[in-house]
Design a protein around this ligand. Structure first.
Ligand code: ZN
Ligand code: ZN
Ligand code: ZN
Length: 132
């Protein structure tokens, strides 16, 4: 048997694993799958991506917080795991960036005051990805 290449995904066996979990490297597809299919963490009972071995038992998978690990699923901008969208950021951050571009008054470089309530309503909605 040849030794496994360092960049093979521990989950699907594919190449190009660029995200590192305590259980092994995973590819972008598997990271995305885990992020889009969160489950109830058996330790904190929050719905989160479950991919980290528990501190009490390596065979039990829990969320990043319970495992005291930095989450590979967290948004690069705000650090939240909910509403993953695209590669590295969450839907909320993508939406607020787009809305800021759309609603900003070029004269002042700021969101028009009359549009601020709309901005807040859209970025705080339960499912920001539907507003994009
Ligand atoms: Zn994979
Ligand atoms: Zn947890
Ligand atoms: Zn975010």
């Amino acid at each position: 048997m040849s030794p496994a290449r360092a960049a093979d995904c521990a989950r699907c066996g594919g190449t190009g694993a660029t995200f590192v979990l305590p259980t092994g490297p995973v590819c972008a597809n598997c990271r995305r799958y885990l992020a889009y299919h969160p489950a109830v963490c058996p330790e904190c009972f929050e719905v989160r991506p479950i991919a980290y071995p528990s501190l009490s038992s390596y065979n039990v998978l829990v969320c990043a917080s319970c495992a005291e690990e930095p989450s590979i699923f967290a948004c690069a901008q705000c650090g939240r795991e909910d509403h993953p969208y695209g590669g590295q950021r969450c839907a909320r951050c993508v939406l607020s960036e787009r809305l800021t571009g759309l609603l900003t008054d070029p004269a002042t470089g700021r969101i028009r005051p009359q549009l601020q309530p709309l901005f807040e309503a859209m970025t705080s909605s339960e499912r920001p990805q539907t507003a994009i």
